[in-house]
Ligand binder design. Sequence first.
Ligand SMILES: Cc1cc2nc3c(=O)[nH]c(=O)nc-3n(C[C@H](O)[C@H](O)[C@H](O)COP(=O)(O)OP(=O)(O)OC[C@H]3O[C@@H](n4cnc5c(N)ncnc54)[C@H](O)[C@@H]3O)c2cc1C
Length: 461
Amino acid sequence: MTRVQAGKIEELRKGFQGEIVLPGDGAYDEARRIWNAMIDKRPAVIARCAATADVVRAVSFARDHGLVLAVRGGGHNIAGSALCDDGLVVDLSRMKAAHVDPARRRATIEGGAILADLDAATQAHGLATPVGINSTTGIAGLTLGGGFGWLSRKYGMTVDNLEGAEVVTAAGQVVRASATDHPDLFWALQGGGGNFGVVTRFDFRLHPVGPNVLSGLIVYAGSEAKRVLQQYRDFVAKSPDELTVWTVLRQAPPLPFLPERVHGKEIVALALIYAGDPKQGEALIAPLRKFGTPVGEHVGVQPYAAWQQAFDPLLTPGARNYWKSHNFATLQDGLFDAIVTALGTLPSPQCEIFIGALGGATMRPAPTATAYSQRDARFVMNVHGRWDDPADDKRGIAWAREFFRASAPFATGGVYVNFLTADETDRVRAAYGPNYARLAQVKRTYDPGNLFRTNQNIEPA
Ligand SMILES: Cc1cc2nc3c(=O)[nH]c(=O)nc-3n(C[C@H](O)[C@H](O)[C@H](O)COP(=O)(O)OP(=O)(O)OC[C@H]3O[C@@H](n4cnc5c(N)ncnc54)[C@H](O)[C@@H]3O)c2cc1C
């Protein structure tokens, strides 16, 4: 920062209800730490906001002093867009309040909440809205990119359940966006990322879920991967929307329900949830146990909120992460061959290949109905490179890139914006697909100076 800007910090502090963290402060290193340990950025100011008024102050301060601005929700974005070097971070991680109106089946939640905050508040009433599968992910970044998880086949993308939002614009105005207020802004928030302002509050539509659901894992040896994947493809094609099954290919963690001989060996796990009467679900999932010879199973009726956290121990913060991702309309045998090769060359025990099954309600809206446009994505694959030692970066990244290349011929060419890494700026247009031009128009209205550009950026038209 220049000396003039440093002198103005006291001005920013005045009346600021949250905390201003600067380089040299005791809290600085913790405040600039995010989920992906590969990201090592040093902001000049971290404004830990406590209320919408703080957000207005911080946004206005960055704009008036020509500072680069980043917005932090849950801090999970793989590209590290929650932070910036030398600029100002609007950090919402203290704004997590949630309110549920069970009679209207609506939830209102602040922009710094994580999925666990929303699940806890809604499940107290046996309600939920579809969000992601790792409970420490931020609601804000997930929603603004589209958002999908265990309930999406039944209830759609997270943005399909968004009813409204409170937004602080680049001009420092607080506006409400919904289907009737600032409808163009509302449409853009439904998949256009953090390009249009800071969302301080989200309003979601809720659905009856659980609180207990049939869910869990059925695990096969990696040697059976191709056969299992082929049967998985046929099974999912006939599944009702209530049933969601994803596949995870990796080395087996030492889970108590897996025999010791399997630990550290390649496996293919079927992760499932039935969002309906567990008895009906039991009958439907029976074929999943006959894809080969399972090496372990952990399936039962458990709280939905617990299943939402089932993958948390494998996705803790602090590791080095490098992702590549494809969308698929169909799963072809050639893809399975590429997967088997990649599974045989995993560069670390933490790397995995995730295939998330969408379809159902996620595919019914038109691609232009919301800014999220990837309605042809029946499957989203995440090549999840992950390790602890920086010395493994080169090998791990090379593995992820090689598998990404080998699997590209079978993909749609689209991509989920929230899975893009920092080096994939050339895929941003593909992520916004046919909606890019309209998004650029909305950007011109609400952020003509591109203040909000530390993201998968849309340039103002
Ligand atoms: C372990 C893990 C599991 C995941 N699983 C899923 C999954 O199951 N389903 C899924 O859909 N996605 C999933 N994701 C991807 C996730 O949706 C993105 O990483 C998303 O960006 C995370 O949001 P965040 O608020 O935590 O991120 P942050 O890094 O805090 O923010 C990311 C970007 O979002 C914008 N942003 C954040 N907060 C705000 C705000 N309040 N107002 C305006 N803009 C804001 C900013 O542009 C910011 O740069 C997963 C990610 C991880 C790391």
